[in-house]
Design a protein around this ligand. Structure first.
Ligand SMILES: [Zn+2]
Length: 320
């Protein structure tokens, strides 16, 4: 019987759980992600969280989702803006040394997309696109039933596709990429600009720091026209990007996840309407556009599914 561990590493929290099936897991152990002390402190916190999860069993393999572009084949993190000192860090070797087991690393959004494919909105498809829209916009591509990462290992950065050079820059400095207009951050920026320009909106009663994507969403739902215009524009841009992805990959399903989907029809109405601005009719007719199903569990479920895929499933009858 193998003890296989999945870990979801975020900028503030760590979760670790033991695989009990192809994508099922034990109740996760939790820890805070150290904000200081660099990679060593984070590796130590992960190791303690994993120790708690395995309850004394020897570990046969571990997969971890990390928030940043990385090379899953070499185990190297290229950059991780939420983790201090992780640029160029050999995370797989550090964890392997500390825990004494085989370790694979992967980008967190890619693992969330993999989870949706194995256990959520993409179940049963061969070609599947996952988009997560919250503070930023991330994604994953499952092509011919494989998680596609490309030459560098970083493919699937759907948030950084170009839309229009007239749009604002994202946090990475790309002028007019999808994340620069359709993320919660971008929606909040647009609302602050509207307030600063003196537009008539309920948001002008809020302190600038309080205006976030959620506040714009709430104001739009309450009928605020400026908030509705901003939110609708973001949803339309997301829909146009989905249309482009349909042209590029002709997937069977595109699942949208992340905090923005709490807006429901406010997001999906204009999003679906805009897909046809870009997509060819035939691939669009054969593609479902759906809400992601796993919510904030997707990262951990993806790490569990990935450790099982990577190291086998001797203690599991239900193989994919
Ligand atoms: Zn960008």
């Amino acid at each position: 019987v193998s003890t296989l561990v999945g870990v979801d590493l975020g900028g503030t929290n760590i979760r670790a759980a033991v695989a009990t099936g192809v994508f099922t897991h034990t109740a996760p152990a939790h820890a805070a992600t150290p904000g200081t002390g660099g990679p060593d402190a984070v590796i130590e916190a992960i190791a303690r969280c994993v120790d708690e999860a395995v309850e004394g069993q020897a570990i046969d393999g571990l997969a971890i989702g990390i928030p940043g572009p990385l090379d899953p084949r070499r185990g190297i993190v290229y950059a991780a803006p939420q983790l201090h000192g992780w640029d160029g860090f050999d995370a797989a070797s550090a964890l392997r040394e500390r825990l004494g087991c085989d370790v694979v690393i992967h980008n967190d959004a890619n693992l969330a997309g993999y989870a949706e494919w194995v256990a959520g909105a993409g179940r049963g498809t061969n070609d599947f696109v996952f988009i997560t829209a919250s503070t930023g916009v991330g994604g994953a591509l499952i092509l011919e039933s494989e998680l596609y990462v490309g030459k560098s290992g970083t493919a699937g950065e759907i948030g950084h596709m170009p839309l229009s050079p007239e749009y604002p820059a994202c946090s990475e400095g790309h002028q007019g990429c999808l994340e620069g207009t359709a993320s919660g951050t971008a929606i909040a920026h647009a609302a602050r600009r509207a307030v600063a320009a003196g537009e008539t909106t309920s948001l002008s009663g809020l302190a600038s720091a309080v205006i976030d994507g959620r506040a714009v969403q709430d104001a739009a739902r309450a009928g605020d026209e400026v908030a509705l215009r901003i939110f609708t524009a973001a949803a339309r841009n997301l829909g146009r990007a989905v249309g482009g992805l349909i042209n590029l990959f002709s997937p069977e399903a595109v699942a949208i996840g992340g905090g923005l989907i709490n807006a429901g029809d406010l997001l999906f109405g204009p999003l679906r309407a805009a897909v046809g601005e870009m997509a060819f009719a035939v691939p669009a007719e054969q593609c479902r556009i759906v809400e992601a199903e796993l919510g904030t569990d997707a990262g951990l479920v993806g790490a569990v599914a990935w450790v099982v895929k990577s190291f086998g499933v001797p203690n599991v009858a239900d193989t994919r």
